[in-house]
Design a protein around this ligand. Structure first.
Ligand SMILES: [Zn+2]
Length: 176
């Protein structure tokens, strides 16, 4: 008989992603930090909204487009107010959404991607399961290797985690 134990975790970003780009101020590649600040510009019947990033060395800014030339009616009123008040929570929500960066061809600084694992449901670890299945919900599509996740969750070395995965003792299923 085969027993499978289940563990469910959610992987969540813990800090704003940074952007790597050539800085016109420094004249070299730098990391740009999320300033938790929005710029809203009305032009006729069109609105632009940017999230402001600043070079960590010289403060030179880069505006990440959130909305470009949209009809104001397209922006939810609640969001619009949050843009105007520089809502930190919204700046974070956008600041950890990869799609916002990729659609603007902004390169995320890999080292700025940090995360935490939040346990969602645990089966009885004392049970005699032959196999452990880890379901990892990854709504922000954080790039992470299965062996690293296994090592962190089971408190084993990366090598040990790799072996368990190779032997099929542990299975990781990543879901969006
Ligand atoms: Zn700079």
């Amino acid at each position: 008989m085969n027993y499978v134990d289940n563990l469910s975790y959610k992987i969540m970003p813990t800090q704003n992603f940074q952007i790597v780009r050539g800085c016109a101020g420094c004249g070299s590649k730098q990391n740009f930090l999320n300033r938790e600040h929005f710029r809203v510009n009305a032009n006729g019947n069109r609105l632009d909204v940017w999230l402001i990033f600043g070079c960590e060395k010289c403060g030179h800014t880069y505006n990440l487009p959130i909305y470009e030339r949209v009809n104001p009616g397209k922006i939810p009123k609640k969001d619009y107010e949050r843009f105007l008040s520089n809502d930190k929570e919204l700046a974070f929500q956008i600041g950890v959404t990869k799609r916002m960066f990729s659609k603007n061809k902004a390169e995320i600084a890999k080292e700025s991607i940090t995360y935490e694992l939040i346990e969602m449901q645990k089966s009885n670890m004392e049970s005699a399961g032959d196999c452990l299945e880890i379901i990892l919900y990854n709504p922000y599509d954080i790039p992470v290797r299965n062996e690293k996740i296994v090592a962190e969750i089971l408190h084993v070395t990366r090598a040990e985690a790799k072996r368990k995965l190779a032997e099929g003792k542990v299975i990781v299923r990543q879901e969006k």
